[in-house]
Design a protein around this ligand. Structure first.
Ligand code: TYM
Length: 333
């Protein structure tokens, strides 16, 4: 709690581009939750070093993600926005938590297995330790709720286990965080392979929609979206994953429920669904893209905002870290 408000925390890794999946599954909820709770949102720039990055591109991309957070409507006056690497307490708490985490717990994480398979030439210790750094992110801020997509649920469970383990070994130190996962839109699928999640780092540009894609690109991607060989619109995740994904996206960006959308499309074909969906996404993203265009030119503002965010984050994080150092028996400095 900060004052009498509960705390919401989340982050995105600056890899690839921020996708419509990230927006529907996570960032959209961040904005809603920021109205009611004390909210803290980070760019997880240390996490993404677990795969190789080109330094000059990486720096630019991280700043671009930061500008996109603000362009999405996360107000830095209401939420703390910062870069993870600007707050050293994250890596410090990670070390302590490492000493309470079993290798078996991190090596069975689905994301570790997937990334190890994808980057077989670079299965580094950071990749294995990734969920512990994520637990440190969350626990440092005594977080109550973590708005994420379904793919992060397993990592969240480890964060909870570590908090409970530490609290039981010593005295209550960490708030045990709850995941905040929407019933709908917690997993948006690739437009080219609707059995796979829409992923930031997909090499097929037509599979994902970036928040800052041009309207033409968005329309092209939706028009090419893979559906199936039936011709009627209905929601059936198992047998019609492509069409169901389009309905989920359309529902998320228009606020209409899926049932009413299915009715709207009675007697209409996939081409119409694709173009209505594309247009709705274009309209939803238009103000974000325009605001982003303004913000990205104002580097001084972005840098100042990030600095202020990191200072505020460090203040909260240090309180938790000092408590942890004391509990484990480190000599006070
Ligand atoms: P990342 O960067 O992969 O994804 C950012 C957020 O977007 C959600 N997401 C999706 N939601 C719906 N459909 C999709 N296709 C989709 N793809 C991604 C993710 O669930 C996530 O919420 N480890 C995290 C970043 C992180 C973090 C944290 C999150 C670092 N520290 C602390 C929460 C709290 C990650 O890689 O997310």
């Amino acid at each position: 709690m900060i004052g009498d408000k509960k705390i919401v925390y989340s982050a995105v890794q600056p890899t690839g581009c921020i996708t419509l999946g990230n927006y529907i599954g996570a960032i959209g909820n961040w904005i809603k939750l920021a109205e009611e709770y004390e909210s803290i949102y980070a760019i997880a720039d240390l996490h993404a070093l677990t795969v190789r990055q080109v330094p000059s591109e990486y720096r630019q991309r991280a700043l671009s993600f930061f500008a996109q957070y603000i362009a999405c409507g996360i107000d830095p006056k209401k939420s703390i926005l910062y870069f993870q690497s600007h707050v050293p307490q994250h890596t410090e708490l990670t070390w302590i938590l490492n000493c309470f985490t079993y290798i078996g717990e991190t090596s069975r994480m689905t994301q570790f297995k997937d990334k190890s398979a994808k980057h077989a030439d670079n299965i580094n210790v950071g990749l294995l330790d990734y969920p512990v750094l994520m637990a440190a992110d969350i626990l440092l801020y005594q977080t109550d709720y973590v708005p994420v997509g379904i793919d992060q649920k397993q990592h969240l469970e480890l964060s909870r286990d570590l908090a409970i383990r530490f609290n039981n070994l010593y005295t209550p130190t960490f708030t045990v965080p709850e995941p905040y996962i929407s019933k709908q839109g917690a997993k948006i699928y690739s437009l080219q392979d609707p059995t796979k999640k829409m992923s930031k780092s997909d090499s097929d540009v037509n599979a994902t929609v970036s928040l800052i894609d041009t309207p033409e690109d968005i329309m092209r991607k939706f028009k090419r979206a893979v559906t199936d060989c039936d011709a009627y619109v209905s929601y059936d995740e198992k047998n019609k994953p492509g069409v169901s994904n389009l309905l989920t996206i359309l529902s998320a960006v228009t606020g209409k429920n899926i049932e009413s959308l299915v009715k709207e499309f009675e007697g209409k074909g996939y081409a119409e669904l694709k173009s209505v969906c594309g247009e709705a996404v274009v309209e939803k993203l238009r103000p974000i893209r325009e605001e982003y265009g303004r913000l990205i030119k104002d580097k001084a503002y972005l840098t100042e905002t990030a600095k202020a965010g990191a200072a505020a984050a460090r203040g909260i994080a240090q309180k938790t870290l000092s408590k942890v150092y004391r509990k484990v028996g480190l000599v006070e400095g």
